[in-house]
Design a protein around this ligand. Structure first.
Ligand code: NAD
Ligand code: WQD
Length: 344
């Protein structure tokens, strides 16, 4: 097993984006080791990944906050060619209520991981950042050179701080390479519907709320505001298919492994370049899935950005990565995933 295969350790690998990325890594010929504490995912995801790819990833149920446990995994696994660090808590509201939990989990996990990488001579890390670092950009579409705005939540702040930590660690260690991927709004599921997003409790994000409403789990969707300065008055986002997003991690890792990165730490927008309003997304979801979604317009949600979408040119040209999935297929995949959830 794994002869000549490059080995990638994926923290948070049973989570939503992590699981899709593990599939794409295996498809691209990597051997994958997952580390996850299962705080927001299930162990059966490992079997589901295996069903899709025919290859079983190694899995350790471990907390990234347990430095000794992480060291044991590195020691046990031998040469590791790269890390993808997904493990983090991500609920914006919860982070306002419990900021220390977020700082501890998201910041310490990264610090321990970077220390362990140095101890074991692991040189390459891909980090899950977010378009939230841009706040409401002054210019749209937003490029990577746009200023970082003051974070509006502790969660958002952990992303900014983690980016800075990786920059500083690289200044002090010439062997360390990092790629920061700033995700826009990931949606959808694997076309097999074997893996997808598993929201905890009442979904805060738009698409899981839509699919649960369509499934009758929620009585109606509330559209947060139709009085924004946008063509139809609802907010605009850049919704990126999760499989497209997963593939960006594979190219980012290859870039560092093949030493094609131009700087020790690089940063890329991972979006489609297309802004879609909440009302447009609802309309498309209804059309492609041939159903009617009960929804009503309510007041604005506090803290929402009015509009943001990516300029992905830098990722397109430098990484050779581009989002290819249509919004129609992506919203079909989201609904297919929701429907199979009810049968499980
Ligand atoms: P997710 O919750 O589905 O996955 C995160 C995984 O990390 C979960 O399986 C969880 O059990 C695990 N985890 C959390 N803390 C851990 C710890 N201390 N030790 C070990 N495992 C731990 O979330 P996701 O949507 O897949 O997000 C993955 C990453 O992408 C996160 O860093 C998130 O902040 C970032 N991100 C997500 C979005 C989004 O909209 N989903 C947008 C931008 C950035
Ligand atoms: C999208 C649009 C809502 C739910 C959040 C985090 C951000 C990032 C991604 C990680 C907005 C509207 C939503 C609903 C609605 N995560 N909406 N009714 O706000 O772009 O970003 O997730 O880094 O940090 O803040 O995503 O899916 O919550 O909302 O009208 O029931 O849908 O107002 O315009 P958002 P979202």
């Amino acid at each position: 097993m794994g002869i000549n295969k490059k080995k990638i350790l994926v923290t948070g690998g049973t989570g939503y984006i992590g699981s899709h990325t593990v599939v794409e890594l295996q498809n691209a010929g990597f051997e994958v080791v997952i580390v996850d504490n299962l705080s927001n995912s299930n162990a059966d995801v490992v079997d589901r990944i295996t069903k899709i790819t025919g290859q079983k990833p190694s899995f350790y149920k471990e907390d990234c906050l347990n430095k000794v446990g992480i060291e044991k995994i590195f020691a046990n696994e031998g040469k590791i060619d790269g890390i993808i660090h997904f493990a983090a808590k991500k609920a914006v509201n919860e982070s306002v209520q419990q900021p220390l939990l977020y700082y501890r989990n998201n910041i310490l996990s990264l610090v321990y991981l970077l220390e362990t990488m140095q101890q074991f001579g692991v040189q390459n890390i891909v980090f899950s950042s977010s378009c939230t670092v841009y706040g409401q950009p002054d210019k749209l579409p937003v490029t990577e050179t746009a200023p970082i705005k003051t974070a509006t939540s502790p969660y958002g702040n952990t992303k900014q701080m983690c980016e800075e930590i990786i920059h500083d660690a690289a200044v002090a260690d010439a062997n360390l390479n990092g790629i920061l991927l700033r995700y826009f709004n990931p949606i959808g599921a694997h076309p097999s519907a074997l893996i997808g997003e598993l929201p905890n409790g009442v979904p805060m994000n738009l698409v899981p709320f839509i699919t649960q409403t369509a499934a009758g789990i929620r009585p109606e969707l509330k559209v947060f505001g139709d009085d924004y300065s946008t063509p139809d008055g609802s907010c605009i986002r850049d919704y990126i298919n999760v499989v497209d997003l997963a593939k960006a991690h594979v190219v980012a890792l290859n870039r560092m492994i093949e030493k094609k990165n131009k700087q020790q730490v690089e940063c890329f927008n991972i979006g489609t370049g297309r802004g879609l309003s909440v009302l447009e997304l609802i309309k498309t979801f209804q059309e492609v899935n041939e159903l009617t979604l009960p929804y009503k317009i309510v007041g604005r949600r506090e803290g929402d950005i009015e509009q943001i979408w990516a300029d992905p040119t830098y990722a397109n040209e430098e990484l050779g990565w581009k989002a290819v999935e249509s919004i129609e297929d992506t919203l079909r995949s989201a609904w297919k995933w929701q429907k199979q959830l009810e049968n499980n």
